[in-house]
Design a binder for this molecule. Structure first.
Ligand code: SF4
Length: 429
C-alpha cells in the first residue's frame, strides 16, 4: 500500500480485521495487516481492537448488504466508545467510496482495492491456519463478463512475475505450509499482460521444483475459455497438483453464453470437460451457474438442466443473476422476474443434490488421502480433514476417527465408511 494513510495513527494501536467475501479478499486483508504491523501496530482479535478494519465485498446484492451491516455495527461500537477508528477497505469502498463517505458518518479511512499494491507479498501475516495458504498470482480480471462488476472495481489486470510467485512459494514452504491455493479472478489468464501468453502451466512448472513441505498445489477459479491443453497435461502429470479445478461455467446455452461474453460456446464447454475427464480420470470439477440472466428463456433453462444431469459435476454452486448497476447486463431487456429466478435456482439445486449424493455414496469403501485440519471439539479421537478434492472453506470435510494422535497439517490415509450430503467419515489406516 503506497500512500499508507495509517502512518498518521499513533504507533502501538491494537488493530483487528473483519474479512468479508472471498479468499482473494483474505489475501488483501493479510497485505493490509502486514502494513499495519510494519508501522508498529499490534494485530489483535476484533474484541480487543481499538482500530477496526473491515474488508468488504460488493460482488452481488447480498454481499453488499452484509458489508453495509458490518460497517454499521462497527460505527455503533465507535459511538459507544469501544472503538477509536473504523477503516473500510475492499470492493465496497472502491465502488461506493464517495457514497460511503457522505452517508455513513464516522468512517475514518476509505481504502479502495485500487489503493492496495496487489503485488505486495504478505510475508509476515497469515490469516489462514499454518498448514495452508493462498497465493494470489494475479489481480483484477482479464475478462469482461456482462453480468460482473469486478473488472470495473478492480481496474487493470495485473499478473505477478513468475519469480515473485516462486519466491513467495519458497517462503511458505520454508514455513512448513503443506498446501497452497493459487488464486485470482481468472488464474488461467495468468501471464497474458506480462508474457503475452497463457502462462499458468509455465508458472506451475516453476513452482513445483521449489516445494518440499508443500504437497498440494490447488488451482482456484479457472475461466473455461482459457484452459489450455498444456495446463491439463501439467495437472495430469504432476502428482502435487490437486486433481481438482474450480471452473465456473455459468451456463450452457449458446445464447446465454454469448450474452454473458464468456468467449466459449456449448460445444467448446463439452469438449473441454471431456478432455479434462479423459486426461485426468480421477479429476473432480467444481463449477457455478447463474440462472435468470436477462433474456434467459424457459428453453435456455431446460437446456441447462439437461446439461447438469448429463455432466454430473462433483460440486455445483448456483446463483441467481444479480442486477448490478454499471454492468453491461444491467441495461439488457427481458429481465427475469425475481420469483422465477429463485424457482429456477431451487430446481437446479434439487437435481444437483441427487447427483451429489450418488457421487458421495460412491466414495464409501475407498481409501483417500486426507490433510488434517483440526481436532473435532469435545471429541477425542475425532479429527476434521480434507481430501485433495475439497478446497478450504468451500467444500466438505472428512471426519477422521484415529486412535493415533494427529496434528493439523498431517496427511493420513482414511478408509471411508460413511457419506453425508457434503461430508465423508472414515477410519485412519
Ligand atoms: S471471469 Fe467474469 S465473472 Fe469472473 S471476475 Fe472476471 S469478469 Fe467477473
Amino acid at each position: 500500500m503506497r500512500d499508507f494513510q495509517f502512518q498518521r495513527l499513533t504507533q502501538g494501536q491494537n488493530v483487528g480485521v473483519i474479512n468479508l467475501g472471498c479468499a482473494r479478499n483474505l489475501v488483501d486483508s493479510q497485505v493490509i495487516l502486514s502494513n499495519f504491523k510494519r508501522q508498529g501496530h499490534r494485530l489483535v482479535d476484533m474484541r480487543q481492537a481499538d482500530v477496526a478494519v473491515v474488508n468488504t465485498c460488493a460482488f452481488i446484492e447480498e454481499a453488499k448488504k452484509e458489508s453495509v451491516d458490518t460497517i454499521l455495527e462497527l460505527l455503533e461500537l465507535k459511538k459507544q466508545g469501544k472503538l477509536k477508528r473504523v477503516i473500510v477497505a475492499g470492493c465496497l469502498a472502491q465502488r461506493y467510496g464517495n457514497e460511503l463517505a457522505k452517508e455513513m458518518k464516522g468512517i475514518d479511512v476509505i481504502l479502495g482495492t485500487q489503493k492496495l499494491d496487489s503485488t505486495a507479498i504478505p510475508s509476515d501475516v497469515s490469516l489462514t491456519p499454518k498448514h495452508y495458504a493462498y497465493v494470489k498470482i494475479c489481480e483484477s480480471c482479464y475478462n469482461r463478463c456482462s453480468f460482473c462488476i469486478i473488472p470495473k472495481i478492480k481496474g487493470k489486470f495485473v499478473s505477478r512475475t513468475i519469480e515473485s510467485v516462486v519466491e513467495e512459494v519458497k517462503r511458505l514452504d520454508a514455513r512448513g505450509v503443506k498446501e497452497i491455493n493459487l488464486i485470482g479472478q481468472d488464474i488461467t489468464a495468468y501471464g497474458m499482460d506480462l508474457y503475452h501468453q497463457f502462462a499458468l502451466a509455465r508458472l506451475l512448472k516453476a513452482i513445483i521444483p521449489v516445494t518440499k513441505n508443500i504437497q498440494w498445489v490447488r488451482l482456484l477459479y479457472a475461466f473455461p475459455a482459457h484452459v489450455t491443453d498444456e495446463l491439463i497435461d501439467v495437472m495430469a502429470s504432476e502428482p502435487k497438483i490437486c486433481k481438482y479445478i474450480d471452473i465456473p461455467l455459468q451456463h450452457i446455452s449458446d445464447h446465454i453464453l454469448s450474452s454473458m461474453n464468456r468467449n466459449i460456446n456449448k460445444q467448446g464447454t463439452i469438449d473441454l470437460i471431456q478432455k479434462f475427464k479423459q486426461k485426468i480420470p480421477t479429476g473432480s470439477l467444481r463449477t457455478t451457474f447463474i440462472v435468470g440472466l436477462p433474456g434467459e428463456t424457459g428453453e435456455n433453462f431446460q437446456e441447462l438442466l439437461r446439461f447438469i444431469q448429463e455432466a454430473r459435476f462433483e460440486k455445483v454452486g448456483v446463483f441467481v443473476y444479480s442486477h448490478e448497476e454499471g454492468t453491461e447486463a444491467y441495461a439488457m431487456p427481458d429481465q427475469v422476474p425475481a420469483t422465477l429466478k429463485k424457482k429456477r435456482m431451487n430446481q437446479l439445486m434439487q437435481i444437483q443434490q441427487k447427483i451429489s449424493s450418488t457421487i458421495q455414496e460412491s466414495c464409501v469403501g475407498r481409501t483417500v488421502r486426507v490433510l488434517i485440519e483440526e481436532p473435532q471439539k469435545n471429541e477425542s479421537n475425532l479429527y476434521l480433514g480434507r481430501t485433495e478434492y475439497d478446497a478450504p472453506e468451500v467444500d466438505g470435510v472428512v471426519f477422521v476417527r484415529s486412535t493415533k494422535k494427529l496434528e493439523p497439517g498431517d496427511f493420513v490415509d482414511v478408509n471411508i465408511t460413511d457419506a453425508y450430503e457434503y461430508d465423508l467419515a472414515g477410519d485412519a489406516v
